[in-house]
Write a protein that binds this ligand. Structure first.
Ligand code: GTP
Ligand code: MG
Length: 640
């Protein structure tokens, strides 16, 4: 490893944590034109819930069937064996009239994960029957689950798991389920659903980050397409839709950008979520928005990620805009590191563009400018950062290597390992990554990303440490409430346990109000700490023009794992001069580029750990006025 990589390396597991933000070259963007509220809720949805389109046809069919009988006195000609009808009826507690009303409102109906599951299963079955050429391709919705092949009947028979899908593509429509009737649903028995063993393949969360329009959604969409997690007919529909908008090249991004606003503007707003797997690994894609106004959403995605895929547009002018002051390339790369991304894959995208033409010079120009910056963020570039030139649009170097006739220099670079990898395609690089910082035997830590009610309280989370087991008692921090894990789901599959690194839906025996975003589900015997008063080492990466001085009383938003809380500096304990290394005791203030040790007061108690004990709960960022102004690590805290 080069010396420069050792210096300032921010290894999430290392005992030493050296800030080297190199603020002179780091410049986060100007304040967003319309920054969203700092406290906005988790904005993560499931891209594959875009199968809603397919779904609408089925709902329409079921609705027609139910309506046919509505006007007559006769019992309606409902196909009682239709899995969709069966599930709807079950949700309606056996009330047929209510079930029929529910079928009138597809949006609200889709808020039920069991409906999504049954539709996924029948959609996959329909596709297979309709198109022999594509019979093995899983529908995007079916790719929700490793169990894409599950039959509709099976889905109907088993009360489906509550999972990400419920908070997914329909998130924008959330809260509309009231249309179905006010009466509380009777709790169906959970007897038919059996938990299975967790899939042993390693699971990685990949967050796609980078400047607006760099091609994150297009690349994410193409990965799903190339790995057969989106079927051909869905793609054809998206192609038609993109063509109607006169934006033919957007069709792949539509796999991830599922809501109307995103498609109309061609910009991601919420973090899109989708799953795919290879023979050796399982992956969750978190497609972050690049726009400055949505950085809090991006933070949400990056806080869960193991691997950052930094997408850089090589197109003339675009690389420059993304990397300069005001571009998101810098802010995203720094945030990803601070939030705990273990590896970074820098994708030099749009290599097919006519201004690039797979030019080696352009690739070298981009990488040589990025490397010093990434080092300054704390990445060990030689060890933890890989570079891959590709085209998210054509797919070259995504799954299959670019033709040597198109790009004659890539094979040799790979053979020489010059890009810190011996793998020639993005998917090969991903298959080779191994998370060496996971501790399945450690105390359980599951920060809560979001929660909802679905015949019980469901918390969406990632197991950051330890192993989550169904049937065990857990403690929710910071409230210290003890509750029981009634069930654990990975995607829609009910499992008996989930180890470190898994995204999970946890069914808890408490109310929805008891578990909130930013809370942490812990071992009952070994819970994490919670505090309002922290001692932290803070690197001031860029202060705002309005408030260029960091001193007691400075207020900001504290982002730590999935928690967001207002905070204020109450005391500056010491400051270290960036150039000389000289330490000043009790400074009155600090400026941009400085590193300080400070006491911070949070508005409410937040679950935390010391950085040295558990980096995932011990690192944070401070943001204000739509900008990331500082990154920090927790040195100590008062238990409160
Ligand atoms: P935000 O979500 O708004 O941050 O954008 P994004 O990074 O997701 O970009 P998106 O995938 O929406 O693509 C932006 C534009 O770049 C679209 O017009 C794409 O068709 C185009 N694009 C993406 N990848 C490539 C590529 O590999 N080659 C070429 N030529 N164009 C691409
Ligand atoms: Mg996007």
């Amino acid at each position: 490893m080069a010396d420069e990589d050792k210096k300032g390396a921010l290894n999430p597991n290392a005992k030493s944590f050296t800030f080297n933000p190199n603020a002179s070259t780091w410049a986060p963007p100007a304040a967003a034109a319309a920054p969203p509220a700092q406290s906005q809720p988790a904005a993560i949805r499931t891209a594959q819930a875009a199968a809603t389109d397919k779904v609408t046809d089925q709902l329409a069919a079921a609705k027609i069937a139910s309506q046919a009988g509505e006007g007559s006195d006769d019992e309606e000609p409902i196909d009682e064996t239709d899995p969709l009808w069966q599930v709807t009826l079950r949700i309606a507690g056996g009330d047929r009239a209510r079930a029929k009303r529910m079928l009138e409102n597809p949006d609200a109906l889709m808020a039920h994960p069991e409906i999504v599951a049954v539709i996924d299963a029948t959609a996959a079955a329909d596709d297979a029957a309709a198109d022999e050429d594509w019979e093995t391709a899983a529908s995007p919705a079916a790719a929700h689950s490793q169990e894409a092949e599950e039959t509709a009947a099976a889905a109907a028979a088993a009360p489906a798991a509550a999972a990400e899908g419920g908070a997914g593509g329909d998130k924008a429509d959330g809260g509309e389920e009231g249309d179905e009737g006010e009466d509380a649903e009777p709790e169906p028995a959970e007897t038919t659903e059996t938990a299975i063993e967790e899939d042993p393949r390693e699971h990685l969360n990949l967050v796609f980050i980078g400047h607006v329009d760099a091609g994150k959604s297009t690349l994410s969409g193409n990965i799903l397409y190339l790995t057969d997690f989106v079927d051909k007919r869905t793609i054809e529909r998206y192609e038609r839709e993109a063509k109607q908008r006169n934006r033919e090249s957007w069709f792949l991004a539509y796999i991830m950008d599922t809501n109307e606003e995103e498609r109309a503007k061609g910009k991601t707003v919420e973090v899109g979520r989708a799953h795919f797997h290879s023979d050796v690994k399982r992956f969750t894609i978190l497609d972050a928005p690049g726009h400055n106004a949505y950085v809090p959403n991006m933070i949400q995605g990056a806080a869960q990620a193991d691997v950052g895929i930094l997408v850089i547009s090589a197109r003339r002018g675009e690389f420059e805009t993304g990397f300069e002051k005001g571009g998101q390339t810098r802010e995203h790369a720094l945030l990803a590191k601070t939030l705990g991304v273990r590896y970074l894959i820098v994708v030099i995208n749009k290599m097919d563009d006519h201004t690039v033409n797979w030019s080696r010079e352009r690739f070298d120009e981009c990488t040589s400018k990025l490397k010093p910056f990434l080092r300054s963020c704390g990445y060990a570039v030689k060890k933890d950062v890989m570079f891959v030139p590709l085209s998210g649009l054509t797919g070259a170097n995504v799954k299959v290597r670019v033709e040597p006739a198109v790009c004659p220099w890539w094979d040799k670079l790979v053979a020489d390992g010059e890009n810190n990898t011996q793998q020639g395609t993005l998917l090969e690089v991903l298959d080779r990554l191994h998370m060496d910082n996971r501790d399945p035997a450690g105390p359980l830590r599951c920060p809560v990303l979001d929660r909802y009610t679905d015949r019980g309280t469901i918390a969406l989370s990632k197991v950051e440490q330890g192993t989550l087991r169904a049937g065990t008692k857990v403690m929710i921090m910071p409230t210290k409430q003890v509750t029981r894990v009634e069930a654990v789901y990975i995607n829609e599959t009910r499992v008996s346990s989930a180890k470190t690194g898994e995204n999970v839906s946890i069914k808890l025996a408490c109310t929805e109000a008891d578990v909130q975003k930013g809370f942490v589900v812990c071992d009952e015997a070994r819970p994490c700490h919670a505090s309002k008063t922290l001692l932290a080492q803070i690197a001031l990466v860029e202060l705002t023009e309005q408030r260029p001085i960091f001193s007691s009383g400075y207020e900001a938003i504290f982002h730590c794992h999935t928690a967001e809380e207002e905070c204020a500096v109450i005391d500056l304990v010491s400051a270290t001069d960036k150039k000389t290394g000289k330490v000043t005791r009790r400074p009155r203030f600090a400026k941009e580029g400085g590193v300080v040790t400070a006491k911070i007061r949070l508005a409410r108690s937040v679950p935390v750990e010391k950085y040295d004990d558990m980096p995932q709960l011990g690192r944070f960022t401070l943001r204000t006025e739509g900008k990331t102004i500082a990154i920090g690590k927790i040195l100590d805290f008062k238990n409160e």
